[in-house]
Design a protein around this ligand. Structure first.
Ligand SMILES: C[S@@+](CC[C@H](N)C(=O)[O-])C[C@H]1O[C@@H](n2cnc3c(N)ncnc32)[C@H](O)[C@@H]1O
Length: 219
């Protein structure tokens, strides 16, 4: 995948946090250009409410990866849990990584520019947790099986995958790319065991009722 070669077209569906792109197969979204232009309507300026709520009842420790971490709000919410937490924010965009690095340090967080689908072998089996929020819906649907493989590869055996999935099955193009709960569950079922699934009680304005949380364990 090369997400940095083309530009996103400007118009999105009414109420969408994201713009439409012209070719969802090849991922023509130029994420770096979007960050350079400050054209990042998905950035609400703070961590996903469903993550904040989850952490109040279920602290997460160890090595954590946040793919597509953008400006890093979720990374810092995870890192604030204390010394036993080390969080890596990963993003394709150099500018997103620079923005994240410019924020006040809160704990054991750091940020790396890179492509989730081209991770170094040294990352295999490195993480206790992966936290997903608005990365899965940003990648082209054709890369979803690769996404599952990438998450499975970086997790330790028995590692956990906590996801806030954005469901918008009516969307014909994206990002955010449409997906159903059934599709997501089928995708992860072969390599992961579903531990818990719930509708978040808190969400960003406009996303209420469109998100589902799932907690998976790598088999
Ligand atoms: C919709 S934005 C969400 C950013 C962040 N999670 C947030 O909520 O603010 C999707 C992010 O995924 C990143 N991204 C897209 N494809 C990626 C890939 N293959 N590897 C790493 N990051 C990717 C983009 O650069 C962008 O920052």
């Amino acid at each position: 995948m090369n997400a940095n070669t083309n530009s996103a077209s400007p118009s999105g569906p009414p109420g969408s946090d994201f713009d439409r792109v012209s070719d969802p197969v090849l991922d023509p979204v130029d994420w770096e250009a979007r960050y350079q232009a400050g054209d990042t309507p998905w950035d609400e300026g703070y961590a996903a409410p469903a993550l904040t709520e989850f952490l109040t009842r279920h602290p997460i420790h160890g090595e954590i990866l946040v793919p597509g971490s953008g400006p890093g709000h979720d990374v810092r919410a995870l890192a604030m849990q204390g010394d036993t937490t080390r969080v890596t924010g990963l993003d394709l965009s150099d500018t997103a990584i620079a923005i994240a690095r410019s924020q006040a340090h809160v704990g054991g967080e750091h940020y790396e520019q890179g492509n989730l689908f081209e991770l170094p072998k040294s990352w295999n089996g490195r993480f206790d947790w992966v936290f997903e929020h608005t990365c899965f819906c940003a990648i082209p649907p054709t890369l979803r099986e690769d996404y599952v493989k990438a998450i499975g590869a970086v997790l330790k055996p028995g590692g956990h995958f906590f996801a806030i999935f954005y469901l918008n099955p009516a969307a014909h193009s994206g990002p955010p790319h449409g997906v159903t709960l059934e599709e997501i569950t089928k995708l992860f079922n072969s390599d992961f065991e579903l531990l818990e699934e719930w509708l978040p009680t808190e969400a960003f304005e406009g996303r209420e009722g469109s998100e589902i949380c799932q907690l998976w364990r790598k088999c």
